[in-house]
Design a protein around this ligand. Structure first.
Ligand SMILES: Cc1cc2nc3c(=O)[nH]c(=O)nc-3n(C[C@H](O)[C@H](O)[C@H](O)COP(=O)(O)OP(=O)(O)OC[C@H]3O[C@@H](n4cnc5c(N)ncnc54)[C@H](O)[C@@H]3O)c2cc1C
Length: 108
């Protein structure tokens, strides 16, 4: 999971994959380990100023839920569910958006 992304406002480094861990608090041991691991790739990271940290959650399901539901069924307003993409939400976003738009068009 090691990654180093240069960005306009700094460098983003990470990360970890911990199944079933939904903590939103920072874990200093994990932060230190990310810096240690990425420093073996780019030594300057060890000396760099930390400008911010965040825990990133990747809620996923065995299969993405993408469906239209009418609440109350069968004649109520539509809710289109589109979630559970885990760690591939960007990758799937265009295809899922097209499916959502098609469901919405069909409904109206
Ligand atoms: C560390 C990390 C790395 C990742 N790397 C990749 C990758 O390399 N490739 C990839 O394909 N995917 C990656 N993902 C997954 C990807 O980020 C997600 O799958 C994707 O962002 C999900 O999109 P979304 O629009 O469903 O949810 P989000 O991107 O979470 O968007 C939900 C939005 O709703 C807003 N919101 C929440 N509650 C409310 C409320 N009550 N009222 C108003 N607004 C609200 C939030 O602020 C947020 O802007 C990564 C995720 C993480 C955490």
């Amino acid at each position: 999971m090691d990654h180093i992304f240069p960005r306009a406002d700094g460098v983003l480094i990470g990360g970890v994959k911990l199944d079933g861990d939904w903590r939103r608090e920072l874990d200093p041991a994990i932060s230190a380990d990310i810096i240690r691991r990425t420093s073996t790739i780019e030594s300057g990271i060890a000396e760099a100023k930390v400008r911010g940290e965040f825990p990133g959650l990747r809620p996923g399901r065995a299969q993405v839920r993408l469906e239209l539901e009418q609440r109350p069924s069968p004649s109520g307003p539509a809710v289109i569910h589109n979630y559970g993409h885990g760690s591939v939400g960007y990758t799937l976003s265009w295809g899922c958006a097209e499916e959502v738009a098609a469901l919405a068009r069909e409904f109206v």
